[in-house]
Design a protein around this ligand. Structure first.
Ligand code: GYE
Length: 324
């Protein structure tokens, strides 16, 4: 149960780009927080934005959430953070598009005594003194889970030929999902060849375009597996395979990460083989974290959201349970 510290908040101002919260009373009683989001590149992202906005709106401890859409451009995120600093918000939550380039702006927040919390994606280790805590997924673990399935599924294969569709270049989930995956394969001395690996920027169209190029460059008969760092790219690639007369999930097996309803549906249709879940619905947990941080509570540097894995036997049972 959520602790209700403050009651009677309110007559909230509705500003463009803001979710004003509270149910009557003085707006000054609750926290004003900024949330600098990545963009709207995937179903995961849309679900994540909704979860955070809804949680803020339902939470009496939060007076206002100022939402900044980074539109997948770091400059927009940097500008957003600086605006929030100028506005003197109580805390700034950032979902950093990429891991690098945060030192100066986070230093500015610190100089202004505004705590920064990372949501979802992480940043470079060197900057870890510049934020209080990160709430999000363990992306390395997600990659490991995908790798563990490969060890199992292709235990008898002689030399697996693999394609990888990477997420946005320089982003924590792209870096870490690759790292975890290859650590597991290499750690076991698994016999594979990474035939090619390109970024599809976590988006369906890019994933499709990259897969089209792969299918022009390589003989589909020689490829065993596609590892896509998210649903959208995997679904785009599946479409490219179908258009090229290649059977996804069969001629080329497919792993995706996220687990949207559309991803599960493709699984039900036999077009993909393994789903590593990434959970976007951490809004309520984020409100607890923000409140604790502002109250000066001792925090762990990282809190992982819970996530599972799903294989062919699970797809049909699970498809209707998906929240995004
Ligand atoms: O997997 C992808 C989204 O950062 C975990 O970003 C997130 C990733 C997610 O675009 O679909």
């Amino acid at each position: 149960m959520k602790q209700r510290l403050l009651g009677g908040l309110g007559s909230a101002m509705l500003l463009f780009g803001s979710v004003a919260c509270g149910d009557g009373g003085d707006n000054g009683d609750g926290l004003t927080i900024g949330f600098v989001q990545v963009g709207a590149e995937s179903a995961w992202r849309t679900a994540n934005s909704e979860s955070v906005k809804d949680a803020a709106a339902d939470d009496d401890r939060i007076a206002e959430l100022k939402f900044v859409d980074g539109q997948q451009k770091q400059e927009k995120q940097l500008k957003g953070v600086r605006n929030l600093i100028t506005q003197g918000v109580d805390a700034i939550v950032v979902a950093p598009i990429v891991e690098t380039g945060w030192t100066d702006v986070l230093q500015e927040a610190q100089d202004n005594d505004i705590p920064v919390i990372l949501a979802d994606r992480g940043i470079e280790k060197e900057d870890s003194d510049l934020y209080v805590t990160r709430l999000g997924s363990d992306f390395v673990r997600e990659g490991e889970k995908a790798g563990e399935w490969v060890l199992d599924e292709f235990a008898d294969a002689n030399g697996l030929n693999l394609l990888q569709l990477e997420g946005s270049v320089g982003s924590a989930p792209a870096n870490d999902r690759a790292e975890g995956f290859f650590n597991v394969l290499d750690g076991e001395g698994f016999d594979y060849q990474l035939v090619d690996s390109q970024s599809g920027d976590f988006q369906a169209e890019d994933g499709k375009a990259v897969m089209e190029t792969f299918l022009q460059k390589y003989d589909a008969d020689e490829i065993d597996l596609l590892y896509a760092h998210n649903d959208e790219m995997g679904l785009g690639a599946i479409q490219a395979m179908e258009e090229a007369g290649v059977a996804p999930g069969d001629d080329i097996q497919v792993i995706i990460v996220d687990g949207s309803q559309a991803g599960f549906q493709a699984g039900v249709e036999g077009k993909l083989n393994y789903i590593v879940e990434c959970n976007p619905a951490f809004g309520p947990q984020l409100m607890d974290v923000v409140t604790d941080v502002v109250n000066g509570e001792e925090m762990d540097k990282f809190t992982a959201v819970e996530e599972g894995v799903f294989s062919e036997d699970d797809f049909a049972d699970e498809v209707d349970n998906r929240a995004f």
